[in-house]
Write a protein that binds this ligand. Sequence first.
Ligand code: HEM
Length: 134
Amino acid sequence: MGNAFLKVASIYFTIGVLAGITMGIIHDFRLASVHAHINLLGWVSMAIFGLIYHFYPQAASTKLAKTHFWFHNIGLPVMMVGIATQVLTGSMAALPVAVIGSIVVVVGVICFTINLFKHVGKGTNVQSGNKFSV
Ligand code: HEM
């Protein structure tokens, strides 16, 4: 799951900075919150997930990690479309889309947390190659 998270993170980073520079050039900052969430939930969070799963392979190979990956990667685009639509149309009709996307992301993050509590500290650390327990 680590490699997948890192690769997807780099795509979000590219989209995030392109959105940022576009906002700056056209002087339209309405989508600043979308840009911020693409960069923070898309790039920063997913890159950290990727690195964590790389260093803790015992957590990366679980069903919880797979569920986390898919919930994050389905929830985030839905949330972004919901927020962007709401901002651009000024209508609250897209609010449920943003809320559903957000909830899916949150459930993914809960899977991540449970996964770390269950599997980090058991098994082999990639760096040392030694058994460890925290
Ligand atoms: C080349 C890269 C980037 C460019 C050109 C850029 C550009 C911008 C611009 C023009 C704004 C709106 C400022 C305003 O409303 O006055 C903004 C807001 C913001 N950006 Fe970026 N940005 C970049 C990268 C990033 C990255 C990597 C992150 C986070 C990891 C980030 C996080 C944010 C946040 C948190 C805001 C505030 C959003 C808000 O006010 O709702 N940006 N950025």
